[in-house]
Design a protein around this ligand. Structure first.
Ligand SMILES: Nc1ncnc2c1ncn2[C@@H]1O[C@H](COP(=O)(O)OP(=O)(O)OP(=O)(O)O)[C@@H](O)[C@H]1O
Length: 375
């Protein structure tokens, strides 16, 4: 299979700039997810790879070969769509064999290849069944088999799990991941669902408003978001984002907002020294990084940071964790915390919350840029 490179790719529909100067690579054998909200340009990007939309500018390469002038048929790409696009009256096997029949592959060779794909996907039991009698998950596995059967250069997955219910979704995404790893498939996945992208992709490219915001492994996006958009888009419940400023107090650097403060570690203080008082900051902290303690301070000594008085407003039990909505005592600012549960807390309980300095993400409020990242 091929590596795919987008080199300065633009897509314009009249005045609409759907994709702007996209610079992105999907190495051979990788699953790359294009993730973003509706209208961010991910479908336009996929269509340009597939050859069903022309590029306005730039080039797409498969290995070293430019493909923008090739029609869809000449690119040897397979697509898996959200609605399976199978022939309902044909058997699972005949659906998988279909692309080989269209190509006129010799019968014996086609049967051998279909056998291989059926075995790879574990579809032996479904082979002779008519597709319309099968579950959505089984149908999608068959459509993946049909995509694989002709050894494509690249597989495009376009929201492949959207039509499936929760249980089937989770099983199929694990299945797709296993398959992609075993068969070393180069694939691009388009999705608006971060949990899908994170579960399946080796790397995720987050797009917004036609612009690539960041590309990285799920852990990189989570731990080190390049900007406010990525910080807010990745993570559930979302990162808390708070207006703040940097101050010097008693020889320490303090980052403080409405009703809370946190002492900065030396490294961040030096990095942010130039910003003190000058820039407005936006501080991010993940819900699971907040430390919530009883108001009497039990356990506070073990934790670095200053306890800030707050009240529990709402508690959502999630099995092994509780998601708490907290209101700070001074100013009433809301924070979401996710703590190991069950906590037994109830709305109205007085607590203290600590924002540990090392867990803070610091963003320039104007540009949105993460001030702790070098690039
Ligand atoms: N054929 C078209 N003509 C005009 N504008 C288009 C066309 N296709 C897409 N657009 C616009 O381009 C922008 C990007 O659309 P695109 O479909 O690529 O985004 P998307 O992230 O895939 O969204 P969705 O998930 O809703 O499909 C949007 O503003 C959209 O309205």
């Amino acid at each position: 299979m091929a590596a795919v490179v987008f080199d300065g790719v633009w897509k314009r529909y009249g005045p609409v700039e759907a994709v702007r100067d996209l610079q992105l690579a999907c190495p051979q054998g990788e699953m790359l997810a294009l993730l973003g909200p509706s209208g961010c340009g991910k479908s336009s990007t996929l269509k340009m790879v597939a050859g069903v939309e022309e590029l306005s500018e730039g080039e797409i390469f498969f290995d070293d070969r430019p493909v923008s002038q090739l029609g869809p048929g000449a690119r040897n790409i397979a697509m898996v769509f959200e609605d399976y696009a199978l022939y309902p009256h044909l058997s699972a096997r005949d659906n998988i064999a279909f692309p080989l029949r269209v190509r006129g592959t010799a019968k014996a060779a086609a049967a051998r290849r279909v056998d291989e794909v059926v075995a790879l996907l574990g579809l032996e039991e479904l082979g002779q069944q008519r597709v319309r009698d099968l579950s959505g998950g089984a149908q999608q596995r068959i459509s993946i088999g049909r995509a694989l059967v002709r050894n494509p250069e690249l597989i495009l997955f376009d929201e492949p799990l959207s039509h499936l219910d929760g249980d089937q979704k989770v099983r199929l995404r694990a299945e797709i991941k296993r398959l992609q790893r075993t068969a070393d498939l180069t694939s691009i996945l388009v999705t608006h669902d971060q949990s899908e992208a994170i579960a399946m992709a080796d790397r995720v490219a987050v797009m917004n408003d036609g612009v690539l915001q960041q590309v990285g492994t799920p852990a990189e996006l989570y731990d080190s978001p390049a900007n406010l958009f990525v910080a807010n888009f990745i993570g559930e419940p979302p990162m808390n984002l708070l207006r703040a400023r940097v101050e010097q107090r008693d020889g320490s650097s303090i980052v403080a907002g409405e009703g809370w403060l946190s002492e900065l570690d030396r490294q961040s203080a030096v990095a942010l020294g130039a910003l003190a008082g000058a820039h407005a900051l936006e501080v991010g902290i993940r819900p699971e990084h907040l430390v919530v303690l009883p108001r009497d301070g039990t356990g506070a000594r073990r934790i670095e940071g200053r306890p800030v008085p707050a009240e529990v407003r709402y508690l959502e039990p999630r099995g092994d964790s509780d998601v708490l909505t907290l209101a700070l005592a001074e100013g009433g600012l809301r924070l979401t915390a996710e703590v190991e549960g069950p906590t037994g807390w109830r709305s109205g309980d007085a607590v203290s919350v600590i924002l540990p300095a090392r867990s803070l993400h610091l963003f320039d409020a104007e540009s949105g840029r993460n001030l702790r990242r070098r690039s």
